[in-house]
Design a binder for this molecule. Structure first.
Ligand code: ITT
Length: 207
């Protein structure tokens, strides 16, 4: 039977990137929504890795009884990611989605971060996106990988691709923000692209 991978995320921006990055893997990739799964997950871990494992385990635990056990052989993957700004002591970090409130538009969150950095010179605006991916295998084994991309906070928001904090995250080597990159190019170099490529290698040995 063809392998199924369920991705434990409710974030559609992430899910779009994940599908593109995993498009050549020998498995069906389903979002939680497509698998008909719904759960409230309390992300109370102290690191990206811990939160990714919490999300993947919470969804994996649902699979045994859900849909008559239809997905009990599926692998569950989860992503926990965020933006660390060095000048702000790594804020928003693991609280990136919750920064200024979960439902606050990113135009407001981004503007707020830009304002907190007004007058801060280029060398002190360093930042990175971090992504931890966790996999829970059908036998309960847990695998994790981590990916990062280094950059700095621009002095204004630019670009409309991607999602979240992309418009303010400038990559010096490319001379633009990640919101100005075509999706495929972002995925090739991003924290998520790197963490998922590393996870693909680990899964290749298991599938
Ligand atoms: P799930 O937990 O359902 O996956 P979420 O949006 O709550 O969705 P996280 O807790 O991992 O996910 O928070 C990640 C936040 O970090 C995300 O909402 C963005 O604000 C930011 N982020 C992560 N990766 C990003 C990227 O590639 N580009 C821009 N912002 C990103």
């Amino acid at each position: 039977m063809r392998r199924q991978i369920i991705f434990a995320t409710g974030n559609e921006g992430k899910m779009r990137e994940i599908r593109d990055i995993l498009k050549d893997i020998e498995a069906d990739i389903l979002s939680m929504k497509e698998a008909g799964l719904e759960t409230d997950i309390v992300e109370d871990g102290a690191s990206f890795e811990e939160n990714a494992v919490i999300k993947a385990k919470a969804v994996s635990d649902l699979l045994v009884r859900h849909a008559g056990g239809k997905y009990k052989e599926a692998i569950v993957l989860a992503d926990d990611s965020g933006l660390e700004i060095d000048y702000l002591h790594k804020e928003p970090g693991i609280y990136s989605a919750r920064y200024l409130g979960e439902d606050t538009p990113y135009s407001v969150k981004n503007q707020n971060l830009l304002e907190r950095l007004v007058g801060v010179e280029q060398e002190r605006r360093s930042a990175r996106f971090v992504c931890a991916i966790a996999a829970v295998m059908p036998d309960g084994e847990v695998l994790t990988t981590l990916g990062t991309i280094e950059g700095r906070i621009d002095d204004q928001a630019k670009g409309s691709n991607g999602f979240g904090y992309d418009p303010i995250f400038y990559v010096p080597e490319l001379g633009c923000t990640t919101a100005e990159l075509p999706e495929e190019e972002k995925n090739r170099i991003s924290h998520r692209g790197r963490a998922l490529e590393a996870m693909k290698l680990k899964l290749d040995q298991k599938i």
